[in-house]
Every structure is written in C-alpha cells, then in structure tokens.
Design a protein around this ligand. Structure first.
Ligand SMILES: C[S@@+](CC[C@H](N)C(=O)[O-])C[C@H]1O[C@@H](n2cnc3c(N)ncnc32)[C@H](O)[C@@H]1O
Length: 247
C-alpha cells in the first residue's frame, strides 16, 4: 500500500506529459482554466518580489506570474513535472525570472524561514492528507507581512454526494490518485493555527470530467457565476483562500 505522497508522485510523474492536454483543452477544461486564471490574476495582481509556487505542475500559473515580473521558485514532489515546467517556462522565454526549480514536499519545504514575499499552491491541497501541516510550512517560508494563496476542494458544496464518495475511498473519480475534500471550517482553523489571517475567499465551481456535456457545462457556468461571492459561495466546489502572515 503506497502512502498518499507516493501515490501523488507516481501519478503526476506518469501524467506530466499529458496533464495539460487531458485537462484544459476541451470546452469544459478551457472554461475551468480561464476562470481559475482570472481568479488568480485578480488576487495576485499587486504581488511583486520573490514568490514560491508549490506543486506548480506544468507551470500553468507560474508563467503568468513570471510575466507579471515576479521572481519565482518552483517546488514539486514530481521530478517529471519539474522537467515539463522548466521546458514550458523556457519555451515561453521566461527563464530569466525563474530563480530555482526544486524537488520537494509541501510538508518539508527545503527553504529557510521567511525566504519569500509570497507563496502559492493551487490544485494541490485536494491531494493532501494533512492540509494544516502544509499551511504551516507555507506560513513558515514567507516573510511577516507576506501573503499566500491556496485553493481546496470544499466538502459541503454543490458536489457534496460525489465529494463524500471520494472521501470514503480517498481516491479521485477516474484517477488513481489520493484525493480529499475538506470543510471550510477545518481550513479556517488550520489557517488560524498556522498564525495566518484571512484576506480574501473566492468561490469557484469547477467542471468535473463527468460533466463534459454542453448542457451540463451550461449549468456549471451558472453555478460558478452565482458562487463566486455572497451566500452561495459557501457551496462552491473550490475555494481560493488568500491569507496573510502578520508583521
Ligand atoms: C493537480 S496538479 C496541479 C498543478 C498546477 N498547480 C495546476 O493547477 O495546474 C498537483 C501538483 O502537485 C504536486 N504535488 C502533489 N503532492 C505534493 C506534495 N506533497 N508536495 C509538493 N507537490 C505536490 C503534483 O506533483 C502535481 O504537480
């Protein structure tokens, strides 16, 4: 029986060459990618200086942050994903802003305390058994006054029955990789235990691969639009959480 970290590394090593093509090219995938990129660019638009991205995958979010002028360090459990990310960054002519690319786990970040102005980790927390430990590590490596952005799969969302099923097996639907959906209250507590303060929470309803049909996509688009902020945001399937480390 492999540990969740071994499962993640094995899965993403094998998936690295087709990760983007499998997820972000179909109409539903394109929609999810555009929405996520817009949310991230809005939440990070004031960032400048040095940032760490953990679990960058193919560098889908790293590249816009490099274009914004940030000096980026990337860190991923999967050496194959790091290779793909480096290749994509070089192909885009953005390698000057890449300070380092390091193999490592979010649970034991191989960086000194207070090393970065910002940290970001997207679509990673849904693969973690111990989100609180991961948040504490991210908090450790950013400077006082810095901030960090993560997202997580929200258990009590529009997708609650599917999420419960996923949690009963701790395996994603149709993918042999560790998966866990968590409650907002447990993430709020984890953030406060890590000494972090709440800055912003944005809801997003992603399109599961099972809902690729155009009519289901239309329904998801409506759910996504009404779940960004306000009363329905608590039902969004993904929450983006911007947190600050007090001075
Ligand atoms: C779903 S992909 C997300 C990639 C990218 N952030 C995106 O949204 O397209 C998850 C990434 O997190 C990495 N990962 C999973 N568990 C990790 C851990 N414990 N520490 C560091 N990286 C991890 C995987 O290797 C993979 O590259």
């Amino acid at each position: 029986m492999s540990t969740p970290e071994e499962s993640n590394q094995g899965f993403y090593d094998a998936d690295s060459g087709e990760y983007d093509a499998k997820r972000w090219v179909s109409p539903a995938g394109r929609f999810t990618n555009i929405v996520q990129q817009n949310i991230v660019s809005k939440l990070c638009d004031a960032w400048s200086g040095r940032a760490l991205e953990i679990g960058q995958g193919t560098a889908r979010f790293t590249m816009p942050l490099l274009k914004q002028g940030l000096q980026m360090t990337i860190c991923d459990l999967s050496p194959e994903m790091l290779d793909v990310a480096r290749g994509n960054i070089t192909k885009a002519g953005l390698e000057k802003g890449l300070e380092d690319a390091v193999e490592g786990s979010i649970y034991e970040l191989p960086f000194k305390d207070n090393a970065f102005d910002y940290a970001i980790s997207l679509n990673v927390f849904n693969h973690l058994e111990h989100p609180g430990q991961a948040l504490a590590q991210m908090a450790r490596v950013i400077k006082p006054g810095g901030s960090l952005l993560i997202n997580y799969a929200n258990l009590r969302s529009w997708y609650w029955p599917a999420a419960k099923r996923i949690n009963s097996r701790n395996t994603a639907v149709g993918q042999e990789v560790f998966s866990s959906w968590v409650t907002s209250s447990s993430m709020k507590k984890a953030a406060s235990d890590a000494g972090l303060i709440h800055l912003n929470k944005t809801g997003h309803v992603h399109v599961p691969r099972a809902l690729e049909d155009w009519y289901l996509l239309s329904v998801v688009k409506v759910l996504d639009a009404i779940s960004r902020k306000g009363p329905f945001s608590s039902l969004a399937s993904v929450h983006f959480m911007l947190l600050g480390k007090p001075e």
